[in-house]
Design a protein around this ligand. Structure first.
Ligand code: AMP
Length: 197
């Protein structure tokens, strides 16, 4: 939704890694074991795909990074990419409690073809069948299984949460409440961005 509204590309490291896995590339083979157990893929692999993506023409005006950076070294790497030019980073923290997250992930269905995401709690009746956009059969992500979700949450609290302070210290962190409806959260995110411009 943000990408459509702002006309910025949506760059999700998770999506790029899942593509690499699906296409059985060298990167996919290296990342597989980490992703399937809920661990983070090593920084140098993720940094390389982000750096390669950000130099493309469509990122000139701006871009949305989703799922990156997830570690302090990744944040430092991102900073080093922009050291020479004037690119500013605005970090939006979408605050959601662990219990709500677990519920959302266990009811999330994804289209393997077009990437559209459905949630069994929100899209009752449509989930578990065909994608309403392109007709492909919806799947549940392997790492949305309860035991993998528990590990991902631990990794988040241990390794990624310290980034909140990192960006607070640099004056570029804004937190919003992520427990409302999709439209409410989208409204809050766009409000933060409009305020920043
Ligand atoms: P996501 O789709 O953002 O939930 O990411 C799915 C999985 O991909 C994560 O659990 C990690 O294994 C891997 N991954 C995605 N982004 C990163 C990142 N920035 N650093 C390390 N691993 C990542």
């Amino acid at each position: 939704m943000m990408s459509e509204e702002l006309k910025f590309p949506h760059i999700s490291t998770g999506d790029m890694l899942r593509d690499a896995l699906k296409n059985q590339t060298e990167l996919g083979e290296k990342a597989k074991g980490f992703m399937n157990t809920g661990a983070l893929v090593p920084d140098e692999l993720v940094d390389a795909i982000v750096a390669e993506r950000l130099i493309r023409e469509d990122c000139r005006r701006g871009f949305i990074l989703d799922g990156y950076p997830r570690t302090i070294p990744q944040a430092e790497f991102l900073r080093s990419i922009f050291e020479k030019d004037q690119t500013e980073v605005l970090t939006i923290g979408v605050e959601v409690g662990d219990e709500v997250l677990v519920k959302r992930l266990s009811s999330r269905w994804t289209c393997p073809k077009c990437g559209k995401i459905f949630n069994a709690n929100l899209n009752r009746g449509r989930v578990g069948g065909a994608c309403e956009e392109c007709g492909a059969a919806l799947i549940q992500r392997k790492d949305d299984k309860a035991e993998v979700v528990a590990e991902r949450l631990q990794v988040y609290h241990r390794t990624t949460e310290p980034l909140i302070q990192y960006y607070r210290d640099r004056g570029s962190y804004v937190e919003i409440d992520g427990e409302g409806s999709v439209d409410e959260i989208f409204g809050s995110v766009m409000g933060v961005i409009k305020n920043y411009e």
